[in-house]
Design a protein around this ligand. Structure first.
Ligand code: PMP
Ligand code: GLN
Length: 384
């Protein structure tokens, strides 16, 4: 007998990233869909993992994370952004950025609370708000440059607004919030009890001389925010799922109440290895922006003569392309056809949006790929 299961997430299926990567595998396609780097992590980092697995780091580490790793993060936050964060009670190591996001939402959102997100948004936010019993309000980002519409944010507020989720640099558009954006958000929040959850997992991939402006360093917002980052993107270790969350002590205390029962802690040899590596290579991450900017430029050059139009991309390892000169079909159909008939997997835009913009014809390409892959995939795309 089948016991009926009342789904807590009836509208949720398998994520588009998993679906497209699976289609890529099935069709032997070049996979420019899921954000997975082709590159190996630094050899010295891998060596430290082996060292710690063979040594003594195989039991539970502290619930909040290995202290040395939190200390390295604190030094980096101060050096980059001027944010002073106490490793003891303002930094928590999480299972990827994903757990930090989930723990922050579960720690703050209750039944009937409202959460504002920007559309398009990364897919993990809303389901957790729903599980918490909250209601997600989607505020569309303005076209063509995906800037926030602060007037609409202001009017989306009610006395039930508990959280505003921002993502800078933004997946999938690559847009970064400016200090002016953050000042406006701070001004909107001033008379409210709402908090901010800032997803900054692409903080180190910002191009053309632009600088990442972290919510953690904003004089007002920094005190009412959870700021989430991840080592996955930064050190080519997305499969390790090690991230962290920075928040003022009272917020961190609430986050840790959830974290200790969601996962309790994070794989100890990975944390020890990251601490060793980042202690000895303080500037390891500084070259990442140049590394990825060159790949973005390579892809844009390769597509220059094609009928795909590359949108300006300031950050992340994603390139949005407009395919309206090629086809008028919906993005899900187009990306499916692309992988099946032309052997290139991409991510359609609409799964990021509650209400896709009518007539928008965009798909996302991940350029965290070897030159040979970018070249071969671009050759197929240019032939469309
Ligand atoms: N936020 C955004 C915007 C992302 O694109 C991703 C996916 N890579 C995550 C969070 C999740 O990060 P992690 O893999 O470290 O959990
Ligand atoms: N963040 C990755 C992307 O945007 C995917 C992560 C996942 O597969 N869940 O491609």
């Amino acid at each position: 007998m089948n016991v009926p299961v009342a789904s807590r997430l009836p509208g949720v299926g398998t994520t588009i990233f998993t679906v497209m990567s699976e289609l890529a595998r099935r069709h032997g396609a070049f996979n420019l869909s899921q954000g997975v780097p082709d590159f190996d992590p630094p050899a010295a980092l891998v060596e430290r993992v082996v060292h710690h697995v063979r040594g003594k780091a195989n039991q539970y580490p502290p619930m909040a994370g290995v202290l040395r790793l939190r200390e390295v993060i604190a030094v980096d936050l101060l050096r980059r952004y001027g944010r002073q964060a106490s490793p003891a009670d303002e930094i928590t190591i999480t299972v990827g950025g994903t757990e930090g996001l989930s723990a922050a939402i579960l720690a703050t959102v209750g039944p009937g609370d409202e959460v504002i997100v920007f559309d398009p948004a990364y897919d993990s936010y809303e389901p957790i708000v729903t599980l918490a019993g909250g209601v997600t309000l989607h505020v569309p980002l303005l076209r063509p440059d995906f800037a926030p519409d602060w007037d609409r944010v202001r009017s989306a507020f009610s006395e039930r607004t508990r959280l505003v989720i921002v993502n800078t640099p933004h997946n999938p558009s690559g847009r970064c919030l400016t200090s002016r954006d953050l000042d406006t958000l701070a001004e909107i929040l001033r008379p409210t009890r709402a908090l901010v959850l800032s997803d900054e997992v692409y903080e180190h991939m910002v191009y053309d001389g632009l600088r990442h402006v972290s919510v953690a360093a904003h004089p007002e917002l920094g005190q009412r925010s959870f700021v989430v980052s991840s080592f996955g993107k930064t050190l080519h270790v997305t499969g390790w799922k090690v991230g962290y969350c920075v928040a003022a002590p009272a917020l961190t205390a609430e986050l840790r109440k959830v974290h200790q029962f969601l996962t309790f802690t994070v794989a100890s040899p990975l944390q020890e290895a990251l601490a060793d590596y980042l202690e000895s290579e303080r500037h390891a991450i500084d070259g990442l922006a140049a590394f990825y900017q060159a790949r973005r430029d390579r892809l844009v050059t390769l597509l220059a003569g094609s009928r795909l139009h590359c949108l300006p991309v300031a950050a992340t390892y994603f390139q949005l392309v407009d395919y309206s000169a090629i086809a008028d079909e919906a993005d899900l159909d187009f990306s499916r056809r692309l992988v099946q008939e032309h052997g290139v997997a991409t991510i359609p835009m609409s799964p990021f949006s509650q209400r896709p913009v009518p007539g928008e014809r965009l798909v996302r390409l991940c350029f965290a790929k070897e030159d040979s892959v970018l070249e071969a995939a671009a050759r197929r795309l240019a032939a469309l």
